[in-house]
Design a protein around this ligand. Structure first.
Ligand code: ADP
Length: 356
């Protein structure tokens, strides 16, 4: 490679601030209000915004600064992921449809014994589609979607995190049906230990209190979805509240093939089917986000091979992406999940998982 290392692929692992994905409200929209799945025409959007604002302003004992912060940074307008965007995970999708989507769309059928679960945990290695699943659930169930990472609760909202949790649940109840997605949920729900700080103890207590409160009225439709890469750290109290615990494993061969094909679609590439077969085999142990990083790196191969001539080569003369580019990329983009940690997930799944 002439210009190896000069062109750096985009990294895919960083999570911006508090939002774990989705579309940020465009700059210039009225501050502090918005709704999932809101209309796009400005007139329609404004009426949705006003309605949301009115609903929130009717809530008692709400700190308006925090409420605005939640509406601006935690609530996500129109989560734009559909089931079809997510490769594989057929069992998880099926389970989520049954647990969440159908009850949301036909609430009158899911009462009493059939009352829907109020808490769902997605666990498994990082980069396997847990956040995407949560967004798809919100989109398909037409729910308002709130997304926050537990570590930003403890770092960004120091001193205010309990109040934020209270406000978040109050708003979610008001704007129901709602999905509250808490990424890295283990960091607020870890097993209590002697060394635990007073502040994190209080946050955990508040979170569990609100979680129970949101489930206490059987007609309330607020679902808490937690995601974790460290399910072993959840204590019994936390496990009990996440009634359904769904394992999101690394992608299997067929899923890797789908994902790679999806990533390459729309690109100029040249692959024989046996090369694709080999690549699928070589990427065993790669997560969805590892595969994304791999394809991004491989896609730079044709540009790297131009070396110094990159600056004056017309775009239509750049060669297609080839299998060889992936062979190079495989050397630098390695799987991020260790076999030992996989065994630990599988063990936890056998003990506490939903059996899928
Ligand atoms: P997690 O929440 O499990 O850490 P994410 O849902 O944030 O992982 O996925 C990270 C990125 O990896 C996604 O934005 C997507 O590009 C890719 N990805 C991971 N799993 C899948 C999948 N099953 N289908 C499609 N893309 C995936």
């Amino acid at each position: 490679r002439t210009a190896a290392g000069v062109i750096q692929p985009r990294t895919t692992t960083t999570r911006p601030g508090i939002i774990t994905g989705g579309r940020r409200r465009p700059a210039g929209t009225t501050a502090g209000v918005g709704a999932a799945g809101g209309a796009t025409a400005s007139g329609g959007q404004n009426s949705v915004l006003t309605e949301t604002k009115n609903k929130i302003s009717r809530l008692k004992n709400i700190d308006s600064k925090l409420a605005n912060m939640i509406l601006n940074e935690v609530m996500i307008d129109g989560a734009t992921v559909t089931w079809d965007d997510i490769a594989g995970l057929t069992f998880a999708k099926q389970a989520l449809k049954e647990i969440v989507i159908l009850p949301a769309l036909r609430p009158e059928l899911f009462t009493g014994l059939r009352a829907p679960a109020k808490g769902v945990l997605l666990f498994g290695p990082p980069g396997t589609g847990k956040t995407m699943l949560a967004k798809a659930v919100a989109q398909e169930s037409k729910a308002t979607f709130f997304s926050i990472s537990a570590s930003s609760l403890t770092s960004k909202f120091v001193g205010e995190s309990e109040k934020l949790v209270r406000t978040l649940f109050a708003i979610a109840i008001e704007l129901q049906p709602s999905v509250i997605f808490i990424d890295e949920v283990d960091s607020i729900l870890t097993e209590r230990s002697e060394s635990e700080h007073e502040a994190s103890r209080r946050l955990k207590t508040e979170f569990l209190l609100q979680f129970d409160g949101a489930g206490s009225n059987p007609t309330d439709r607020v679902l808490v979805m937690g995601a974790t890469n460290r399910p072993q750290e959840l204590d019994e109290a936390a496990r009990r509240r996440f009634v359904k615990r769904i394992y999101i494993p690394l992608p299997e061969a067929e899923t890797r093939r789908n994902l790679l094909t999806k990533l390459l679609s729309g690109q100029d590439y040249q692959f024989s089917s046996s090369e694709m077969q080999t690549l699928v085999r070589q990427t065993e142990g790669y997560s969805g986000s590892d595969l994304t990083a791999l394809a991004q790196d491989a896609a730079l191969g044709p540009l790297r091979s131009l070396g110094e001539t990159l600056l004056d080569t017309p775009a239509d003369q750049v060669r297609p992406i080839q299998y060889q580019d992936f062979v190079q990329a495989l050397q630098t983009i390695r799987p991020s999940v260790s076999p030992q940690s996989l065994m630990a997930f599988e063990e936890w799944n056998r003990e506490y998982g939903a059996g899928i």
